[in-house]
Structures are given as C-alpha cells and as structure tokens.
Design a protein around this ligand. Structure first.
Ligand code: ZN
Length: 196
C-alpha cells in the first residue's frame, strides 16, 4: 500500500488525497501510479480531466514522461458527480482548472464512500495559490507535495517559471513556455503582477 497512509487504509469510509505541486514535478505520474494500482486491485476506477486541457490527447491523462490512462473530459465539476456513481476510486487531473464547485463535489464523493485522488497545480506562474487547490488541500485527509528540480541551480523546486510574456493565468498546451524554479531563482515577469 502507498506509504503516505498513517497506519492502514481507512475502512467503511471514503477519503480525499491531493497531489499538489508545480509543473514538471510528476503530479500526473503519481496520479497514474496510484490509479494503476487501484485497477490492479480490481477496483472500479474512473478518471476525469477538465475540457480545457487538450494537450497530447483528448481522452487520456498524460504525464510529461508519457505515461497515460484513459480519462473522461468534463466541462464542470458537477459532471464528475454524475459520471462516477459506480466508481470506487475517482481520479481528477488538472484540478486547478475547475471552479470552486469541485470542493463540494470532492466532499460528496468521499462522503459516499469513494477514494478521491486529486492532482493539480498549487500555485500559478506568479507563485499565487491556484484556486480551488487551497480549498481542496484543506479538506483532504492525505496530501503529497511533489517537487521538481530547479533548472537554474538544482535545488528542489516548487514554482512554475513562465518564460514568455502573457497576462493570461494559464497558457494551455504551452509547456515549452514554462520551467521549474526554486524560491530563490523564481521571479514574476515584469508587468505581469495583475490578478486575473
Ligand atoms: Zn534555483
């Protein structure tokens, strides 16, 4: 069993696990690892991602190291609730692209006895907490923070550095425009301090 559980797997109840970190920190890879193990254990697994994320493949979650699992594209968090009635394990990737509604949806899923595993960016490119991740981190039983390696100095990195000029909070499918940086090497690009 995964080593982040305190003693054993909870019995007769659902729960929420969060995998949070910057880009290139292996969030999706860790999500895929956990979901694969659940499938091997013959559990009914369903995986969701927001329709906004169209990189690589529209019906799979794909990590930067090209691991993949089939997934269902949804436009809103509410759809997750409707589409996971038969699931024992619910995986959600790129959770930062959902609205605050995701918080209530995760609670409802866990309350109904499901294991919910949520992966997402915890900060945007300016280092500002990326809603609804802070709220989901607060209600989760288990939290894993994944760190990348700073491309400048080699320290553990938890910030996403944007290398091009844009005031958009997210640039979908533009992973070439980002790199992982540590606190010391990360900076907010000039004229990009406006809140969305
Ligand atoms: Zn650094």
């Amino acid at each position: 069993m995964n080593d982040f559980y305190p003693h054993s797997v909870p019995r007769d109840t659902g729960w929420i696990e969060v995998i949070a970190g910057c880009m290139f920190s292996g969030k999706t890879e860790e999500l895929i690892r956990r979901l694969r193990r659940a499938k091997i254990a013959r559990q009914n697994v369903v995986i969701f991602k927001p329709k906004i994320d169209v990189r690589y493949s529209s019906t799979e979650i794909v990590s930067h190291s090209e691991q993949s699992l089939p997934s269902v594209l949804v436009e809103s968090a509410k759809e997750i609730l409707e589409l996971s009635k038969d699931a024992q394990v619910v995986g959600i990737d790129e959770a930062q692209f959902f609205s605050y509604e995701l918080v209530e949806v995760c609670n409802k899923l866990a309350d109904s006895g499901k294991r919910v595993i949520v992966a997402g960016l915890d900060q945007d490119y300016r280092g500002i907490p990326f809603e609804p991740m802070p709220q989901i981190l607060a209600i989760a039983e288990y939290i894993t923070k994944t760190l990348a390696i700073c491309v400048v100095c080699g320290n553990p990195a938890d910030k996403t550095q944007r290398k091009i000029t844009s005031k958009e909070r997210v640039l979908v499918g533009a992973s070439d425009s980002y790199e992982a940086r540590c606190r010391k090497c990360h900076y907010i690009p000039e004229n990009q301090t406006e809140q969305k």
